[in-house]
Design a protein around this ligand. Structure first.
Ligand SMILES: [Zn+2]
Length: 700
């Protein structure tokens, strides 16, 4: 057993208090004792809903939960995106402290700066465009951004740096971007879907006859890393299977039962490198293993689908392999395993009253990724969604704003089929290429019907006055108003409030109180260092319904156009309430914790397990779960609802089935919009920690 960590023994410090009230203190020199490091492994199951854990689909995780600690009220950091929560795991903090805004965010050009916008390659070796919002699930993009921000992409010290500074060995494995942000400083071992760090690990793995991720050479100087002829593409993953809708677009085939987990082989490969080489040979004290499962399958087929269950089984098998390796190496007794998801997951759909669920005749064959499933009639009970996609830049542009998202001409099978069978958004063809830049490109954009048609929403190099850049992110969108024009902000808020696709709206407090909104500071999203340099001006959740069943599971939401069947990122209670389970020598056994907890609490808790601390973190040590807590004080929890100072009034509400905004919702005639933000405040040891349960728009 490895023994390296130094603890100060409190038992060696003696204090005496005299009876007459004066005090004299006798302090002996601290006795330095060595305690064994408890190896800790954080395993992130991307997008795992708590209700996915059961004895049939996830037997290993279910057993781990029964044996250890089950946190039943855990909270993802809002916006409930992957990289947002990646930064919370990295720093134990919210953006107000970390300064990070994932997944997709924009770096507004800094006029007069030596480098107005970032520049660099992506993991595949291509040039990354930073004129438009950038997707941060990429180690090379994160490295470019970290350089651009002077090594301060994360403004506070991370858990991994904390461990490394204490002389502990670390390893991060898995999903592109999400794994890398844990160790931006490259102080430990790193293997993701694209590359391997440091160079010595490349040498070690090749010497041990392991294949490397296909893009590994791009992380090194030209010619420095050469893949073996037999290397192949060990982290390849399959695309989703689709079927044709009557309008000619391809929808993801939710009825498919054949594909299973598209990244099954990639995850097996990465786990094998970890269990067969990194764990036994490099002996990491702290590891984070983050696989994109079941998230990727949920995006494709929706939570509850047959392939979702296969993805759960795949991920559970990886946990089983990890546990077996710990046992084989006699490490199981002194290793803590924390299984956590970054966020939960919802099915993508608009309200079924507007967009009835529809039968899909199950596929029986697949040809080149396309199945022979057939869209059928309305089926409220067993039907599937063909709605839920929203393009904010398009709706804003049609409404008279100058909005851009950088996503080009696009189509989506999920724009919605109305009750009468007609499509919300017809498919256009740009025969000349004038709209899309490519002749005969297909597009769907209501703004293409304007006198000056718009369909691609390319971000101009020089923004027009009052322009808006939308970073489309799935269950929530970021809006940037680079000239910070207050009237544009106010008008954009009124627009979002008036359209029923949108949920709760949060605005930078620099604009003062805006009726029917909450300040971004209220939910820890304001960061002075990033103001005008990456922090959005408006954050808006898409609307959601936590009760509606699709695929037998509750929870639907609108999403930024992506054609997905599953999404997250919203402020719904379904997306927010994610999975947290912990087991091992540091944790109590067979314990259910009902106190609110959050993803921000994971890093400070793990730091404590490693004999370290993260005083800069927003989260807390989850003492109530520990055998040897730092404090045994009991917590007081109070729930509350937070509302805007005043509701917005005088609105007319526009139904989602009419993108022009001409159709007003006659059921909501008061014209009032507000927000119910549900919170829980946990007070312990003199400090209060706020957890956000959900934020619901209230229109009437
Ligand atoms: Zn995720």
């Amino acid at each position: 057993m490895r023994s390296s960590l130094l603890f100060l023994s409190m038992a060696a410090t003696l204090a005496t208090v005299t009876a007459c009230g004066g005090s004299s203190t006798t302090v002996t020199a601290p006795e330095i004792v060595t305690a064994p490091v408890q190896r800790t492994i954080i395993m992130v199951w991307d997008g795992l809903r708590p209700d996915a854990v059961n004895a049939v689909d996830t037997p290993n995780l279910y057993a781990l939960r029964q044996a250890g600690v089950h946190f039943v009220d855990n909270h993802s950091t809002y916006p409930t995106f992957t990289m947002m929560n990646g930064s919370s795991f990295a720093t134990g903090s919210f953006p107000k402290t970390s300064g990070f805004y994932g997944n997709t965010f924009w770096t507004p050009p800094q006029a007069g700066a030596a480098q107005p916008i970032p520049a660099g390659k992506n993991a595949g070796g291509g040039n990354q465009d930073y004129n438009a919002p950038v997707f941060t699930e990429d180690y090379a993009v994160l490295s470019t951004l970290n350089d651009y921000y002077g090594g301060q992409l994360l403004l506070v010290k991370s858990l991994f740096k904390t461990a490394q500074d204490a002389g502990l060995k670390t390893a991060t494995i898995g999903k592109s971007g999400a794994a890398f942000i844990q160790d931006l400083g490259r102080g430990g071992i790193f293997l993701d879907e694209n590359t391997v760090l440091p160079a010595s690990l490349v040498t070690d793995l090749q010497a041990a006859n392991f294949a490397l991720p296909k893009n590994t050479p791009y992380a090194y100087a030209a010619g420095a890393v050469t893949l073996a002829a037999s290397n192949g593409d060990p982290t390849a993953r399959a695309g989703a299977l689709t079927f044709a809708l009557p309008n000619g677009l391809q929808a993801k085939d939710v009825t498919d039962t054949t594909q299973g987990n598209p990244e099954d082989a990639a995850n097996k490969y990465m786990m094998k490198v970890y269990t067969d080489f990194i764990l036994p040979k490099k002996l990491p004290d702290l590891s984070l293993i983050w696989f994109r499962t079941p998230d990727n399958t949920q995006h494709a087929y929706g939570p509850g689908s047959a392939n979702y269950r296969k993805a759960l089984a795949s991920q559970d098998a990886r946990l089983g392999e990890l546990q077996a390796a710990l046992k084989a190496n006699k490490m199981d007794a002194n290793t803590n395993i924390i299984v956590v998801s970054d966020h939960a997951h919802s099915n993508v759909s608009g309200p079924t009253s507007l967009y009835p669920l529809r039968a899909i005749t199950a596929s029986t064959s697949v040809t080149n990724g396309v199945t022979n499933a057939v869209l059928g009639n309305r089926d409220a009970i067993n039907g599937f969604s063909v709605s839920g996609d929203v393009r904010t830049a398009d709706l804003l542009t049609y409404a008279g704003f100058r909005a851009f998202d950088g996503n080009g001409c696009s189509t989506s099978a999920m724009y919605g089929i109305k009750a009468d069978g007609s499509n919300v958004q017809p498919v256009g063809v740009d025969t000349t290429g004038a709209l899309c830049g490519t002749a005969n490109a297909k597009y769907q954009a209501i703004s293409a019907t304007l006198p000056t048609p718009v369909a691609s929403f390319k971000v101009p190099a020089t923004m027009p006055a009052k322009g808006i850049v939308v970073a489309a992110n799935g269950g929530s969108d970021y809006l940037y108003i680079p000239d910070h024009d207050a009237a544009t902000v106010a008008a954009a808020v009124r627009f979002l409030q008036s359209r029923e696709e949108y949920g709760a709206i949060f605005v930078d407090s620099r604009y003062g109180a805006i009726a029917g909104t909450l300040p971004m500071s209220m939910i820890n999203l304001e960061n002075a260092t990033r103001s005008g340099k990456g922090q959005p001006d408006i954050v808006v959740s898409f609307n959601w319904d936590a009760q509606q069943l699709v695929n037998g599971l509750p929870g639907i939401e609108f999403e930024s156009t992506g054609g997905n069947r599953g999404m997250h990122g919203s402020f719904s209670p379904i997306d927010v309430h994610n999975t947290l389970i912990a087991s091992g020598p540091a944790f109590k056994t067979g314990t259910v914790i009902s106190n609110p907890t959050g993803n921000v609490d994971v890093a400070p808790t793990v730091a404590y397990l490693l004999g370290q601390s993260m005083p800069q973190a927003d989260g807390r040590v989850l003492n109530e779960a520990l055998v040897k807590p730092a404090s045994s004080a009991s917590a007081v929890v109070k729930a509350a609802v937070v509302n805007p100072t005043a509701p917005a009034t005088g609105l007319t509400f526009k139904v989602p089935t009419d993108l022009t905004g001409a159709t007003v919702d006659a059921a909501l005639s008061n014209g009032s919009y507000s927000i119910n933000l549900m919170v829980k405040d946990l007070t312990v040891d003199g400090k209060t920690y706020r957890y956000f349960d959900y934020a619901q728009p209230v229109r009437n």
